[in-house]
Design a protein around this ligand. Structure first.
Ligand code: PLP
Length: 380
């Protein structure tokens, strides 16, 4: 049927059904209401909690056949692509909870130390909840995309001459002495929100994976995933628990050396952390899950980063690629036929400098806009 877009519809052709019914009931598709509404009964919220949400969560669990093939023996690898959250990282999961609870408690301002993604998420959710957002960052070590976000969302950004650990020390003191709520992952509501990623993995797989590989910085996320798996296990939603495999960057690997690193160094700035705030929790997770911590070098991280993009079509940020780099490093330990989930914590667009500086690929420039010249450049 030809549709006339120019003539206003008559009452006969116009649907008389209410708009809402047209959009919703006519299909099986229910809109995702955000992770707090979806998992409300598993979270510390009540009817009076104002829910500050950008409809975060429900991120895809994507099979990665090339990486599975690299391991072989029937191992199936999937990535939990949390870079598709509203501000581009898993931090949104924790922030919807932390900011909703801060709002419930009447907070007017929040503060965080950040290697970038926490500040982007804190800024977005705090502004949406009508609060001021103060962000303390290590000067010169925040990826461009993340800084752009914090600024545009309207955070008040303060760069200190120190590293992340110095910034965290300051914000802890600020929160003790001034009317600002701390929203780093030592805020317990952050981990409550982040544990929903484990729920989503189980909801899709029908069970927990055999292994969960995850980058470790402050070690909040590994602790949160474990909380989620354990809670679902207790409720009978899965009948096993994964081995938790945490990966740190070799230049920022306090869990491997067994002590804090005073000057952590890695190009994976999101995990450039020398003294993880959730140290004891994460060690408890490793022990309870019979898991391991391992280090991956920046070279290995970059290899996995390029491989994910060029072989699987998935662009994550360097820190996220540590999970895949780690899996490939210890691939001989993976049991045959195992299901492995690697967490991709953030979006590749966060750090365009890294992509351009470390791609093996180059723009062919200086080409005249003529068919024969362009064809030649294309190799025809
Ligand atoms: C915050 C962050 C991490 C580290 O998570 P922790 O909870 O601090 O261990 C890893 N990757 C990205 C992209 C992050 O933003």
């Amino acid at each position: 049927m030809k549709v006339d877009y120019l003539t206003p519809q008559t009452s006969q052709t116009k649907s008389t059904r209410p708009l809402e019914a047209q959009n919703l009931s006519s299909s099986n598709c229910q809109p995702w209401p955000g992770l707090i509404e979806t998992y409300r009964s598993y979270l510390p919220v009540n009817e009076t909690t104002p829910i500050i949400t950008l409809l975060e969560g429900n991120t895809p669990l994507i099979p990665v056949p090339y990486i599975s093939q690299q391991i072989g023996r029937g191992v199936k690898v999937l990535v939990k692509y949390d870079g598709l959250n509203p501000t581009g990282s898993f931090k949104d999961r924790g922030m919807t909870m932390a900011i909703s609870k801060a709002s419930e408690n009447g907070a007017k301002a929040v503060i965080c130390a950040s290697t970038g993604n926490t500040s982007a998420a804190a800024a977005a959710y705090a502004r949406r909840g009508n609060m001021r957002a103060f962000v303390i960052i290590p000067d010169g070590y925040v990826a461009l995309g993340k800084l752009a976000q914090a600024l545009l969302y309207g955070a008040e950004v303060i760069a200190v001459e120190g590293n992340f650990d110095d910034a965290l020390t300051i914000v802890r003191e600020m929160a003790e002495n001034y009317p600002v709520t701390l929203v780093n992952s030592i805020n317990p509501y952050r981990l409550e929100g982040q544990k929903t990623a484990a729920f989503e993995v189980v909801d899709v797989l029908g069970n927990a994976p055999d292994w969960l590989c995850i980058p470790v910085g402050n070690a909040g996320n590994i602790s949160a995933y474990w909380m989620g798996f354990c809670q679902y296990h207790t409720l009978g939603k899965c009948d096993r628990l994964p081995k938790m495999m945490g990966f740190q960057a070799a230049g920022a690997a306090p869990f491997i050396s067994g002590q804090p690193i005073p000057s952590p160094e890695t190009l994976a700035t999101a995990i450039r952390i020398g003294n993880p705030a959730n140290w004891d929790k994460a060690w408890g997770v490793k022990e309870a899950s019979l898991g391991e911590f391992n280090a991956v070098t920046d070279t290995e991280i970059l290899e996995a980063y390029r491989l994910l993009a060029s072989q699987e079509g998935i662009f994550c940020e360097p820190a996220s690629a540590a999970s895949v780099a780690g899996l490939l490093k210890v691939k001989d330990q993976v049991p045959s036929e195992a299901t492995v989930v690697c967490v991709l914590t953030g979006n590749g667009l966060k750090d365009p400098d890294c992509a351009i500086n470390h791609s093996n690929n180059q723009v062919k420039s200086g080409i005249k806009p003529e068919l024969s010249v362009v064809a030649k450049a294309m190799g025809f």
